[in-house]
Design a protein around this ligand. Sequence first.
Ligand code: NAD
Ligand code: UGA
Length: 462
Amino acid sequence: MKICCIGAGYVGGPTMAMIAKQCPDIPVHVVDLNEARIKAWNSDELPVYEPGLLEVVTEARGRNLTFSTRVEAAITESDMIFISVNTPTKTYGMGVGRAANLEFVEKCARQIACVSKGHKIIVEKSTLPVRTAEAVKRILSSSGNGATFDVLSNPEFLAEGTAVEDLLTPDRVLIGGDSASAIESLAAIYARWIPRERILTSNLWSSELSKLTANAFLAQRVSSINAISALCEATEADVDEVARAIGTDSRIGPKFLKASVGFGGSCFQKDILNLVYLCEHFGLQEVATYWEQVVIMNDYQKRRFGEKIVKTLFNTVSNKKIAIWGWAFKKDTNDTRESSAIYVCRDLIRERAKLHIYDPRVSQAQILLDLQNAMLDSNGQLSAVDKMLIEQNVTMAADSYQAAENAHAIALLTEWDEFKTLDFKRIYGTMPQPAFVFDGRNILDRQALGKLGFEVHAIGKC
Ligand code: NAD
Ligand code: UGA
Protein backbone atom coordinates (compact mmCIF):
# COMPACT_ATOMS: atom_id res chain seq x y z
CA MET A 1 0.00 0.00 0.00
CA LYS A 2 1.31 3.45 -0.99
CA ILE A 3 -0.54 6.64 -0.12
CA CYS A 4 -0.44 10.14 -1.52
CA CYS A 5 -2.29 13.31 -0.59
CA ILE A 6 -2.94 16.23 -2.93
CA GLY A 7 -2.91 19.44 -0.88
CA ALA A 8 -0.33 20.17 1.84
CA GLY A 9 -2.38 22.63 3.87
CA TYR A 10 -3.71 22.75 7.42
CA VAL A 11 -5.43 19.39 6.89
CA GLY A 12 -3.27 17.51 4.35
CA GLY A 13 0.03 18.15 6.18
CA PRO A 14 -0.93 17.18 9.75
CA THR A 15 -3.24 14.32 8.72
CA MET A 16 -0.67 12.63 6.53
CA ALA A 17 2.09 13.22 9.07
CA MET A 18 -0.02 11.35 11.64
CA ILE A 19 -0.73 8.44 9.26
CA ALA A 20 3.00 8.23 8.42
CA LYS A 21 3.93 8.31 12.11
CA GLN A 22 1.48 5.55 13.03
CA CYS A 23 2.17 3.36 9.97
CA PRO A 24 5.96 3.38 9.45
CA ASP A 25 5.67 0.66 6.77
CA ILE A 26 3.38 2.74 4.52
CA PRO A 27 5.05 5.34 2.25
CA VAL A 28 3.09 8.61 2.41
CA HIS A 29 3.74 11.29 -0.22
CA VAL A 30 2.18 14.75 0.27
CA VAL A 31 2.14 16.96 -2.83
CA ASP A 32 1.18 20.55 -3.52
CA LEU A 33 1.51 23.06 -6.36
CA ASN A 34 2.76 25.67 -3.91
CA GLU A 35 6.55 25.35 -3.90
CA ALA A 36 7.10 27.66 -0.93
CA ARG A 37 4.71 25.59 1.18
CA ILE A 38 6.47 22.34 0.27
CA LYS A 39 9.85 23.91 1.02
CA ALA A 40 8.54 24.89 4.46
CA TRP A 41 7.22 21.35 5.12
CA ASN A 42 10.75 20.11 4.37
CA SER A 43 12.25 22.51 6.92
CA ASP A 44 11.91 23.07 10.68
CA GLU A 45 9.76 26.18 10.04
CA LEU A 46 6.58 24.33 9.13
CA PRO A 47 4.00 26.41 7.23
CA VAL A 48 1.37 25.42 9.80
CA TYR A 49 1.85 26.24 13.48
CA GLU A 50 0.37 23.45 15.61
CA PRO A 51 1.61 22.41 19.05
CA GLY A 52 3.41 19.05 18.77
CA LEU A 53 3.33 18.91 14.97
CA LEU A 54 7.05 19.42 14.35
CA GLU A 55 7.82 16.32 16.47
CA VAL A 56 5.36 14.20 14.48
CA VAL A 57 6.70 15.44 11.14
CA THR A 58 10.33 15.05 12.16
CA GLU A 59 9.78 11.46 13.28
CA ALA A 60 8.36 10.37 9.92
CA ARG A 61 9.95 12.75 7.39
CA GLY A 62 12.73 11.08 5.43
CA ARG A 63 11.56 7.67 6.71
CA ASN A 64 8.12 7.17 5.10
CA LEU A 65 6.85 10.76 4.79
CA THR A 66 7.76 12.85 1.75
CA PHE A 67 6.69 16.35 0.76
CA SER A 68 7.12 17.40 -2.88
CA THR A 69 5.58 19.21 -5.85
CA ARG A 70 5.64 16.05 -8.00
CA VAL A 71 1.87 15.66 -8.22
CA GLU A 72 1.75 13.36 -11.26
CA ALA A 73 4.44 11.02 -9.99
CA ALA A 74 2.72 10.77 -6.60
CA ILE A 75 -0.60 9.87 -8.24
CA THR A 76 0.99 7.29 -10.52
CA GLU A 77 2.84 5.54 -7.69
CA SER A 78 -0.03 5.44 -5.15
CA ASP A 79 -2.79 2.95 -4.44
CA MET A 80 -4.77 5.38 -2.31
CA ILE A 81 -5.04 9.11 -3.10
CA PHE A 82 -6.42 11.64 -0.63
CA ILE A 83 -7.79 14.91 -2.03
CA SER A 84 -7.22 17.60 0.59
CA VAL A 85 -7.31 20.80 -1.42
CA ASN A 86 -9.07 24.01 -0.46
CA THR A 87 -12.80 24.42 -1.13
CA PRO A 88 -13.39 28.13 -0.43
CA THR A 89 -16.63 30.04 -0.88
CA LYS A 90 -17.17 31.11 -4.51
CA THR A 91 -16.29 34.74 -5.14
CA TYR A 92 -17.84 34.93 -8.61
CA GLY A 93 -20.64 33.58 -10.80
CA MET A 94 -23.45 31.25 -9.82
CA GLY A 95 -23.72 30.77 -6.06
CA VAL A 96 -21.31 33.67 -5.40
CA GLY A 97 -20.73 34.21 -1.66
CA ARG A 98 -22.42 30.90 -0.76
CA ALA A 99 -21.53 27.83 -2.83
CA ALA A 100 -18.19 26.05 -2.46
CA ASN A 101 -15.67 26.63 -5.24
CA LEU A 102 -14.93 23.11 -6.44
CA GLU A 103 -12.48 23.97 -9.20
CA PHE A 104 -9.46 22.67 -7.24
CA VAL A 105 -11.18 19.37 -6.47
CA GLU A 106 -12.23 18.98 -10.08
CA LYS A 107 -8.66 19.69 -11.27
CA CYS A 108 -7.38 16.96 -8.96
CA ALA A 109 -9.97 14.48 -10.24
CA ARG A 110 -9.07 15.28 -13.85
CA GLN A 111 -5.37 14.90 -13.18
CA ILE A 112 -5.93 11.58 -11.42
CA ALA A 113 -8.08 10.39 -14.36
CA CYS A 114 -5.41 11.48 -16.79
CA VAL A 115 -2.36 9.74 -15.29
CA SER A 116 -3.75 6.71 -13.43
CA LYS A 117 -3.39 3.07 -14.42
CA GLY A 118 -4.79 -0.02 -12.67
CA HIS A 119 -7.06 0.35 -9.62
CA LYS A 120 -6.97 3.23 -7.12
CA ILE A 121 -8.96 4.33 -4.09
CA ILE A 122 -9.75 8.05 -4.11
CA VAL A 123 -10.49 9.59 -0.71
CA GLU A 124 -12.31 12.90 -0.38
CA LYS A 125 -10.69 14.55 2.64
CA SER A 126 -11.70 18.10 1.68
CA THR A 127 -15.08 19.30 2.99
CA LEU A 128 -17.47 19.03 0.06
CA PRO A 129 -21.13 19.64 -0.73
CA VAL A 130 -23.27 16.52 -0.50
CA ARG A 131 -23.22 14.53 -3.77
CA THR A 132 -19.81 15.82 -4.90
CA ALA A 133 -18.57 12.24 -5.07
CA GLU A 134 -21.00 11.75 -7.95
CA ALA A 135 -19.16 14.38 -10.01
CA VAL A 136 -15.77 13.01 -8.93
CA LYS A 137 -16.81 9.52 -10.06
CA ARG A 138 -17.99 10.79 -13.45
CA ILE A 139 -14.73 12.63 -14.08
CA LEU A 140 -12.70 9.59 -13.05
CA SER A 141 -14.72 7.35 -15.33
CA SER A 142 -13.36 9.35 -18.28
CA SER A 143 -9.84 7.97 -17.63
CA GLY A 144 -8.35 6.98 -20.94
CA ASN A 145 -5.95 4.38 -19.50
CA GLY A 146 -8.54 1.84 -18.42
CA ALA A 147 -7.98 2.69 -14.76
CA THR A 148 -10.71 1.86 -12.25
CA PHE A 149 -11.57 3.73 -9.06
CA ASP A 150 -13.42 3.49 -5.77
CA VAL A 151 -14.40 6.84 -4.25
CA LEU A 152 -14.63 7.26 -0.47
CA SER A 153 -15.66 10.23 1.65
CA ASN A 154 -13.49 10.61 4.76
CA PRO A 155 -14.14 14.11 6.13
CA GLU A 156 -11.67 15.55 8.62
CA PHE A 157 -12.91 16.77 12.01
CA LEU A 158 -9.65 18.13 13.48
CA ALA A 159 -9.65 21.66 14.89
CA GLU A 160 -6.66 23.92 14.41
CA GLY A 161 -4.56 24.45 17.52
CA THR A 162 -5.36 20.92 18.72
CA ALA A 163 -4.76 19.06 15.44
CA VAL A 164 -2.20 16.59 16.78
CA GLU A 165 -4.35 15.63 19.76
CA ASP A 166 -7.48 15.43 17.57
CA LEU A 167 -5.70 13.17 15.08
CA LEU A 168 -4.25 10.94 17.81
CA THR A 169 -7.50 10.42 19.71
CA PRO A 170 -10.43 11.48 17.54
CA ASP A 171 -14.00 11.13 18.84
CA ARG A 172 -14.66 9.28 15.60
CA VAL A 173 -13.41 8.71 12.07
CA LEU A 174 -16.08 8.68 9.39
CA ILE A 175 -15.76 6.72 6.16
CA GLY A 176 -18.51 6.84 3.55
CA GLY A 177 -18.54 4.69 0.45
CA ASP A 178 -20.24 1.97 -1.53
CA SER A 179 -17.37 -0.51 -1.79
CA ALA A 180 -16.93 -2.60 1.36
CA SER A 181 -13.37 -3.57 0.40
CA ALA A 182 -12.30 0.04 -0.24
CA ILE A 183 -13.84 1.12 3.07
CA GLU A 184 -11.95 -1.68 4.84
CA SER A 185 -8.63 -0.67 3.22
CA LEU A 186 -8.96 2.82 4.70
CA ALA A 187 -10.43 1.64 8.01
CA ALA A 188 -7.47 -0.73 8.45
CA ILE A 189 -5.08 2.22 8.28
CA TYR A 190 -6.90 4.19 11.00
CA ALA A 191 -7.35 1.01 13.06
CA ARG A 192 -3.58 0.96 13.63
CA TRP A 193 -4.13 3.52 16.39
CA ILE A 194 -7.86 4.22 16.69
CA PRO A 195 -10.26 1.72 18.33
CA ARG A 196 -12.52 0.05 15.76
CA GLU A 197 -15.70 1.22 17.51
CA ARG A 198 -14.71 4.81 16.75
CA ILE A 199 -14.44 4.15 13.02
CA LEU A 200 -17.91 4.80 11.65
CA THR A 201 -18.99 3.83 8.17
CA SER A 202 -21.92 5.11 6.15
CA ASN A 203 -23.05 5.73 2.61
CA LEU A 204 -21.22 8.45 0.65
CA TRP A 205 -23.94 11.07 0.92
CA SER A 206 -24.41 10.72 4.69
CA SER A 207 -20.68 11.11 5.14
CA GLU A 208 -20.44 14.25 2.98
CA LEU A 209 -23.48 15.79 4.66
CA SER A 210 -22.35 14.87 8.19
CA LYS A 211 -19.27 17.05 7.84
CA LEU A 212 -21.26 20.16 6.88
CA THR A 213 -23.79 19.35 9.61
CA ALA A 214 -21.12 18.95 12.32
CA ASN A 215 -19.66 22.38 11.54
CA ALA A 216 -23.11 23.96 11.35
CA PHE A 217 -24.06 22.53 14.78
CA LEU A 218 -20.78 23.67 16.37
CA ALA A 219 -21.03 27.18 14.93
CA GLN A 220 -24.68 27.32 15.97
CA ARG A 221 -23.68 26.77 19.60
CA VAL A 222 -21.22 29.66 19.46
CA SER A 223 -23.79 31.95 17.82
CA SER A 224 -26.40 30.86 20.37
CA ILE A 225 -24.25 31.75 23.37
CA ASN A 226 -23.11 34.96 21.64
CA ALA A 227 -26.76 35.93 21.10
CA ILE A 228 -27.35 35.42 24.82
CA SER A 229 -24.21 37.48 25.61
CA ALA A 230 -25.91 40.58 24.16
CA LEU A 231 -28.93 39.95 26.40
CA CYS A 232 -26.63 39.47 29.41
CA GLU A 233 -25.07 42.88 28.82
CA ALA A 234 -28.56 44.41 28.82
CA THR A 235 -29.74 42.62 31.98
CA GLU A 236 -26.73 42.23 34.31
CA ALA A 237 -26.74 38.47 33.83
CA ASP A 238 -23.24 37.03 33.34
CA VAL A 239 -22.75 34.92 30.22
CA ASP A 240 -20.12 32.64 31.79
CA GLU A 241 -22.50 31.89 34.67
CA VAL A 242 -25.32 31.19 32.21
CA ALA A 243 -23.00 28.95 30.13
CA ARG A 244 -22.00 27.01 33.25
CA ALA A 245 -25.60 26.63 34.34
CA ILE A 246 -26.81 25.30 31.01
CA GLY A 247 -23.61 23.38 30.16
CA THR A 248 -23.92 21.16 33.23
CA ASP A 249 -27.18 19.81 31.79
CA SER A 250 -25.82 16.61 30.26
CA ARG A 251 -28.24 16.98 27.36
CA ILE A 252 -26.62 20.31 26.44
CA GLY A 253 -22.99 19.69 27.50
CA PRO A 254 -20.25 22.20 28.38
CA LYS A 255 -18.25 22.50 25.15
CA PHE A 256 -18.50 25.30 22.57
CA LEU A 257 -20.34 27.61 24.94
CA LYS A 258 -17.57 30.18 25.26
CA ALA A 259 -18.93 33.60 24.38
CA SER A 260 -16.54 35.52 22.15
CA VAL A 261 -16.05 38.31 19.68
CA GLY A 262 -17.40 35.85 17.10
CA PHE A 263 -16.22 32.64 15.52
CA GLY A 264 -13.59 32.75 12.79
CA GLY A 265 -11.58 30.20 10.86
CA SER A 266 -11.61 28.93 7.34
CA CYS A 267 -14.54 26.56 7.68
CA PHE A 268 -17.53 27.47 9.88
CA GLN A 269 -18.82 30.35 7.77
CA LYS A 270 -17.86 28.72 4.47
CA ASP A 271 -19.51 25.41 5.35
CA ILE A 272 -22.73 26.95 6.68
CA LEU A 273 -23.06 29.13 3.58
CA ASN A 274 -22.49 26.02 1.50
CA LEU A 275 -25.27 24.26 3.44
CA VAL A 276 -27.51 27.29 2.90
CA TYR A 277 -26.80 27.18 -0.83
CA LEU A 278 -27.58 23.46 -1.01
CA CYS A 279 -30.89 23.97 0.83
CA GLU A 280 -31.84 26.78 -1.57
CA HIS A 281 -30.87 24.57 -4.50
CA PHE A 282 -33.29 21.91 -3.24
CA GLY A 283 -36.05 24.53 -2.71
CA LEU A 284 -35.83 24.36 1.10
CA GLN A 285 -35.95 28.11 1.78
CA GLU A 286 -36.97 27.85 5.46
CA VAL A 287 -34.11 25.46 6.16
CA ALA A 288 -31.68 27.79 4.36
CA THR A 289 -32.88 30.83 6.35
CA TYR A 290 -32.60 28.89 9.63
CA TRP A 291 -28.90 28.11 9.10
CA GLU A 292 -28.00 31.45 7.57
CA GLN A 293 -29.03 33.13 10.83
CA VAL A 294 -25.98 31.52 12.52
CA VAL A 295 -23.72 33.54 10.21
CA ILE A 296 -25.82 36.70 10.53
CA MET A 297 -25.55 36.47 14.33
CA ASN A 298 -21.78 36.06 14.04
CA ASP A 299 -21.46 39.18 11.88
CA TYR A 300 -23.56 41.06 14.44
CA GLN A 301 -21.28 39.95 17.28
CA LYS A 302 -18.14 41.22 15.50
CA ARG A 303 -19.79 44.53 14.60
CA ARG A 304 -21.22 44.95 18.12
CA PHE A 305 -17.75 44.57 19.67
CA GLY A 306 -16.23 47.34 17.52
CA GLU A 307 -19.21 49.61 18.12
CA LYS A 308 -18.90 49.10 21.86
CA ILE A 309 -15.29 50.28 21.75
CA VAL A 310 -16.26 53.44 19.85
CA LYS A 311 -19.24 54.23 22.11
CA THR A 312 -17.25 53.62 25.30
CA LEU A 313 -14.39 55.80 24.15
CA PHE A 314 -16.78 58.79 24.22
CA ASN A 315 -18.14 58.12 20.72
CA THR A 316 -14.88 58.76 18.91
CA VAL A 317 -11.70 56.77 18.35
CA SER A 318 -10.32 59.14 15.75
CA ASN A 319 -6.54 59.40 16.21
CA LYS A 320 -6.70 57.40 19.43
CA LYS A 321 -4.17 54.64 19.87
CA ILE A 322 -5.76 51.24 20.42
CA ALA A 323 -3.69 48.14 21.22
CA ILE A 324 -4.82 45.03 19.40
CA TRP A 325 -3.78 41.83 21.17
CA GLY A 326 -4.11 38.81 18.91
CA TRP A 327 -4.85 38.37 15.23
CA ALA A 328 -5.19 34.59 14.68
CA PHE A 329 -8.76 33.23 14.66
CA LYS A 330 -8.03 31.27 17.86
CA LYS A 331 -5.00 30.52 20.02
CA ASP A 332 -2.25 28.05 19.10
CA THR A 333 -2.52 28.58 15.35
CA ASN A 334 -0.96 30.96 12.84
CA ASP A 335 -4.12 30.77 10.70
CA THR A 336 -5.94 34.09 10.28
CA ARG A 337 -8.64 33.10 7.79
CA GLU A 338 -11.94 34.82 8.67
CA SER A 339 -10.50 35.87 12.03
CA SER A 340 -12.86 38.23 13.87
CA ALA A 341 -9.86 40.49 14.51
CA ILE A 342 -9.77 41.39 10.81
CA TYR A 343 -13.31 42.74 10.76
CA VAL A 344 -13.18 44.49 14.14
CA CYS A 345 -9.95 46.21 13.07
CA ARG A 346 -11.30 47.12 9.63
CA ASP A 347 -14.22 48.90 11.30
CA LEU A 348 -11.96 50.66 13.82
CA ILE A 349 -9.58 51.83 11.08
CA ARG A 350 -12.52 53.28 9.18
CA GLU A 351 -13.35 55.18 12.41
CA ARG A 352 -9.78 56.57 12.08
CA ALA A 353 -8.35 54.74 15.11
CA LYS A 354 -4.58 54.21 15.25
CA LEU A 355 -4.07 50.47 15.74
CA HIS A 356 -0.94 48.89 17.21
CA ILE A 357 -1.19 45.18 16.57
CA TYR A 358 0.59 42.25 18.20
CA ASP A 359 0.16 38.52 17.64
CA PRO A 360 2.75 35.95 18.78
CA ARG A 361 2.46 33.80 15.63
CA VAL A 362 1.17 35.96 12.79
CA SER A 363 3.50 37.96 10.54
CA GLN A 364 3.16 41.64 9.72
CA ALA A 365 2.79 40.81 6.01
CA GLN A 366 -0.17 38.51 6.75
CA ILE A 367 -1.91 41.13 8.91
CA LEU A 368 -1.57 43.80 6.21
CA LEU A 369 -2.77 41.39 3.53
CA ASP A 370 -5.81 40.43 5.62
CA LEU A 371 -6.73 44.07 6.15
CA GLN A 372 -6.34 44.92 2.47
CA ASN A 373 -8.54 41.99 1.47
CA ALA A 374 -11.19 42.96 4.01
CA MET A 375 -11.28 46.50 2.65
CA LEU A 376 -11.64 45.67 -1.05
CA ASP A 377 -14.74 47.09 -2.72
CA SER A 378 -17.21 45.04 -4.77
CA ASN A 379 -14.93 45.38 -7.83
CA GLY A 380 -11.99 43.95 -5.92
CA GLN A 381 -10.28 47.35 -5.65
CA LEU A 382 -8.72 49.02 -2.61
CA SER A 383 -9.85 52.65 -2.50
CA ALA A 384 -7.21 55.36 -2.12
CA VAL A 385 -8.69 56.31 1.27
CA ASP A 386 -8.56 52.75 2.62
CA LYS A 387 -5.01 52.28 1.29
CA MET A 388 -3.95 55.46 3.07
CA LEU A 389 -5.74 54.43 6.27
CA ILE A 390 -3.90 51.08 6.35
CA GLU A 391 -0.57 52.77 5.68
CA GLN A 392 -1.00 55.52 8.26
CA ASN A 393 -3.17 53.95 10.96
CA VAL A 394 -1.69 50.46 11.35
CA THR A 395 1.54 49.77 13.24
CA MET A 396 2.99 46.42 14.22
CA ALA A 397 4.14 45.97 17.81
CA ALA A 398 6.90 43.66 18.98
CA ASP A 399 4.97 42.56 22.07
CA SER A 400 1.86 43.25 24.17
CA TYR A 401 3.61 45.94 26.23
CA GLN A 402 4.73 47.92 23.21
CA ALA A 403 1.25 47.71 21.70
CA ALA A 404 -0.35 49.04 24.91
CA GLU A 405 2.10 51.88 25.63
CA ASN A 406 0.21 55.22 25.50
CA ALA A 407 -2.90 53.43 24.22
CA HIS A 408 -6.37 54.66 25.18
CA ALA A 409 -7.64 51.10 25.06
CA ILE A 410 -6.59 47.49 24.69
CA ALA A 411 -8.74 45.15 22.58
CA LEU A 412 -7.98 41.48 23.21
CA LEU A 413 -9.13 39.51 20.17
CA THR A 414 -7.37 36.11 20.39
CA GLU A 415 -7.19 34.09 23.60
CA TRP A 416 -3.40 33.47 23.59
CA ASP A 417 -2.35 32.21 27.05
CA GLU A 418 0.46 34.76 27.31
CA PHE A 419 -2.07 37.60 27.60
CA LYS A 420 -3.28 36.24 30.94
CA THR A 421 0.06 36.54 32.72
CA LEU A 422 1.22 40.01 31.69
CA ASP A 423 2.33 42.67 34.18
CA PHE A 424 -0.86 44.74 34.11
CA LYS A 425 0.41 47.17 36.74
CA ARG A 426 3.23 48.10 34.39
CA ILE A 427 0.81 48.35 31.45
CA TYR A 428 -1.60 50.57 33.40
CA GLY A 429 1.26 52.93 34.20
CA THR A 430 1.98 53.50 30.51
CA MET A 431 -1.62 54.25 29.45
CA PRO A 432 -3.57 57.53 29.63
CA GLN A 433 -6.56 57.53 32.02
CA PRO A 434 -9.21 56.25 31.90
CA ALA A 435 -7.49 53.09 30.66
CA PHE A 436 -9.95 50.76 28.91
CA VAL A 437 -9.68 47.02 28.29
CA PHE A 438 -12.09 45.24 25.91
CA ASP A 439 -11.74 41.52 26.46
CA GLY A 440 -13.21 39.81 23.38
CA ARG A 441 -12.44 36.36 24.80
CA ASN A 442 -13.32 36.71 28.50
CA ILE A 443 -9.90 35.42 29.59
CA LEU A 444 -8.68 38.28 31.80
CA ASP A 445 -9.29 38.64 35.53
CA ARG A 446 -11.72 41.58 35.52
CA GLN A 447 -11.66 42.08 39.28
CA ALA A 448 -7.87 42.23 39.46
CA LEU A 449 -7.70 44.62 36.52
CA GLY A 450 -10.46 46.75 38.03
CA LYS A 451 -8.46 47.01 41.27
CA LEU A 452 -5.47 48.31 39.29
CA GLY A 453 -7.71 51.05 37.86
CA PHE A 454 -8.64 49.65 34.43
CA GLU A 455 -12.19 49.97 33.12
CA VAL A 456 -12.83 46.47 31.77
CA HIS A 457 -15.51 45.51 29.25
CA ALA A 458 -16.00 41.83 28.50
CA ILE A 459 -18.46 39.86 26.40
CA GLY A 460 -21.82 39.23 28.06
CA LYS A 461 -20.92 41.00 31.30
CA CYS A 462 -21.93 44.36 32.73
P1 NAD B 1 -5.34 24.99 2.71
O1 NAD B 1 -5.69 26.13 1.84
O2 NAD B 1 -4.50 25.19 3.94
O3 NAD B 1 -4.57 23.87 1.84
C1 NAD B 1 -4.98 23.44 0.57
C2 NAD B 1 -3.74 23.20 -0.28
O4 NAD B 1 -4.14 22.59 -1.51
C3 NAD B 1 -2.99 24.48 -0.67
O5 NAD B 1 -1.67 24.42 -0.19
C4 NAD B 1 -3.05 24.51 -2.21
O6 NAD B 1 -1.88 25.00 -2.81
C5 NAD B 1 -3.25 23.04 -2.53
N1 NAD B 1 -3.84 22.79 -3.85
C6 NAD B 1 -4.96 23.34 -4.39
N2 NAD B 1 -5.19 22.82 -5.61
C7 NAD B 1 -4.20 21.93 -5.85
C8 NAD B 1 -3.91 21.05 -6.95
N3 NAD B 1 -4.70 21.00 -8.01
N4 NAD B 1 -2.81 20.28 -6.87
C9 NAD B 1 -2.00 20.32 -5.79
N5 NAD B 1 -2.24 21.11 -4.71
C10 NAD B 1 -3.34 21.91 -4.74
O7 NAD B 1 -6.71 24.28 3.11
P2 NAD B 1 -7.02 23.42 4.42
O8 NAD B 1 -7.31 24.32 5.58
O9 NAD B 1 -5.99 22.35 4.57
O10 NAD B 1 -8.40 22.76 4.00
C11 NAD B 1 -8.47 21.75 3.02
C12 NAD B 1 -9.85 21.14 3.05
O11 NAD B 1 -10.07 20.52 4.33
C13 NAD B 1 -11.00 22.14 2.87
O12 NAD B 1 -12.02 21.53 2.14
C14 NAD B 1 -11.46 22.41 4.29
O13 NAD B 1 -12.82 22.78 4.34
C15 NAD B 1 -11.25 21.07 4.95
N6 NAD B 1 -11.02 21.10 6.40
C16 NAD B 1 -10.22 22.05 6.96
C17 NAD B 1 -9.97 22.05 8.33
C18 NAD B 1 -9.11 23.10 8.99
O14 NAD B 1 -9.07 23.13 10.22
N7 NAD B 1 -8.40 23.94 8.25
C19 NAD B 1 -10.51 21.03 9.12
C20 NAD B 1 -11.32 20.06 8.51
C21 NAD B 1 -11.55 20.11 7.15
C1 UGA C 1 -13.70 23.66 13.39
C2 UGA C 1 -14.29 22.40 14.01
O1 UGA C 1 -14.17 22.50 15.44
C3 UGA C 1 -13.55 21.16 13.51
O2 UGA C 1 -14.18 20.00 14.04
C4 UGA C 1 -13.60 21.13 11.98
O3 UGA C 1 -12.87 20.03 11.49
C5 UGA C 1 -13.00 22.41 11.44
O4 UGA C 1 -13.75 23.55 11.98
C6 UGA C 1 -13.09 22.53 9.94
O5 UGA C 1 -13.91 21.90 9.31
O6 UGA C 1 -12.30 23.33 9.47
P1 UGA C 1 -11.55 25.18 13.76
O7 UGA C 1 -12.28 26.13 12.88
O8 UGA C 1 -10.15 24.83 13.43
O9 UGA C 1 -12.35 23.78 13.81
O10 UGA C 1 -11.56 25.70 15.26
P2 UGA C 1 -12.68 25.73 16.44
O11 UGA C 1 -12.05 25.31 17.67
O12 UGA C 1 -13.91 25.03 16.04
O13 UGA C 1 -12.99 27.29 16.54
C7 UGA C 1 -13.68 27.99 15.53
C8 UGA C 1 -13.97 29.41 15.99
O14 UGA C 1 -14.99 29.40 16.99
C9 UGA C 1 -12.77 30.10 16.62
O15 UGA C 1 -12.73 31.44 16.21
C10 UGA C 1 -13.05 30.00 18.10
O16 UGA C 1 -12.43 31.01 18.85
C11 UGA C 1 -14.56 30.12 18.12
N1 UGA C 1 -15.19 29.54 19.31
C12 UGA C 1 -15.11 28.20 19.54
C13 UGA C 1 -15.87 30.36 20.20
O17 UGA C 1 -15.96 31.58 19.99
N2 UGA C 1 -16.46 29.80 21.31
C14 UGA C 1 -16.39 28.48 21.56
O18 UGA C 1 -16.95 28.03 22.59
C15 UGA C 1 -15.70 27.65 20.65
